[in-house]
Design a protein around this ligand. Structure first.
Ligand code: KG4
Ligand code: ZN
Length: 339
């Protein structure tokens, strides 16, 4: 089965062609146009600009994905598209395009929940993953730990009560004037650091329920820059900036991974999936690898191009889900729940 997967829930415009075979999925093409330059002056994604850019880009992105896969629309068996959650204008642009394309070509359309997409990015490299699995999905919009019963069923175990981990990376970079998106540049600075600043105080919750919080970490970095305003001008070569990035990165990775052994114990999970843009982070990847083996967990971390938002993960999820029975009445949903 050949699937065209489309994703534009935030600032990445992406299309991919995936072949679903008995042995698992294979990516035939993956095209992604980011918008970092467009949003860099604002230090974060401007929803209206992002949606307009998707409108301009998606046609060419789809044509390129099909051409790299060496096929036309006629060879496709279905189209999979992100239905939500995400920025509503961004979702609507590509969802409408997918509906029109499916209707014109007489192809089944599969609406996909964005987080099922991030989970299924791991299926591309590890189709044989043992379940249940702990799925740590971390991006600019999400910091959620799920118990995956299989590739299409997620049950929430724990999430952030305020900011996503990706926001903490982006905000740190913004406070230090290192550019946007913040994750890759903070990661590069952290790797070049000779020492780490910190430790930062971990948040505690009065009700004792497992959760994360990253807004305090953001404030701690802000307070640090107010104490030493030179940090905002020093740049990525400065040892103090590097040390601060290393401290922030070590802290985020530590906080994200710390609750996993207790959840493994409570759920009997057999594997660990790490996905979403923040799963590109070097410290987090190393930490997850160090934790998985002693915990007896099979580890699945997709290659970086499949961790950030992309059409291949949507196609991989769309291969397993039922097509929509009534194409034209369907719509994108910015707050789409997991069912
Ligand atoms: O999954 P994604 O592409 O889009 C969303 O759904 O949000 O994730 C984007 C996020 C951004 O916050 C970006 O800074 C972060 O992923 N990110 C990283 C790294 N690469 C991207 N965070 C930490 N370390 C990285 N190497
Ligand atoms: Zn995402």
């Amino acid at each position: 089965m050949f699937i065209l997967g489309l994703e534009s829930s935030c600032d990445d415009c992406s299309a991919a062609v995936l072949e679903e075979r008995p042995g698992g999925p294979r990516v035939l093409s993956l095209v992604r146009r980011g918008q970092d330059d467009l949003h860099a002056p604002y230090g974060g994604v401007v929803p209206e600009l992002a949606a307009r850019e998707h409108l301009l880009q998606m046609g060419a992105v789809v044509r390129e994905a099909l051409s790299q896969a060496g096929m036309g629309l006629r060879r496709l068996d279905r189209i999979a598209v992100t239905q939500g959650p995400g920025l509503v204008g961004c979702l609507l642009t590509t969802f409408s395009a997918a509906k029109a394309l499916a209707w014109r070509e007489g192809l089944p359309l599969v609406p996909v929940h964005h987080l099922l997409g991030h989970l299924n990015a791991a299926r591309i490299g590890r189709p044989d993953l043992p379940f249940p699995a702990l799925a740590l999905l971390v991006s600019g919009g999400h910091t959620h730990l799920y118990l995956a019963r299989n590739w299409t069923r997620l049950e929430l175990l724990q999430k952030t009560r305020d900011d996503a981990a990706g926001e903490a990376f982006d905000k740190t970079a913004r406070l230090l004037n290192l550019g946007y998106p913040g994750g890759p540049v903070v990661d590069a600075c952290a790797r070049a650091a000779a020492s780490a600043e910190g430790p930062f105080t971990a948040p505690r919750f009065r009700d004792g329920r497992p959760a994360w919080s990253f807004s305090g970490l953001k404030t701690a970095v802000r307070a640090r820059v107010i104490r030493d305003p030179d940090l905002a001008r020093a740049g990525a070569e400065d040892p103090r900036v590097r040390g601060l990035c290393r401290g922030v990165q070590d802290t985020i990775a530590d906080w994200l991974l710390k609750p996993l052994p207790a959840h493994r114990e409570a759920t009997g999970a057999r594997s660990l999936v790490l996905s979403g843009g923040v799963a590109c982070n070097s410290t987090l990847r190393e930490g997850a690898a160090a934790l998985a083996h002693p915990e007896g967990l099979v580890l699945a971390i997709p290659e970086p191009r499949l961790c950030t938002d992309n059409g291949a993960m949507i196609a991989a999820a769309g291969a397993l889900l039922a097509p929509a029975p009534d194409l034209l009445s369907l719509n994108a949903d910015a707050d789409l729940p997991l069912t």
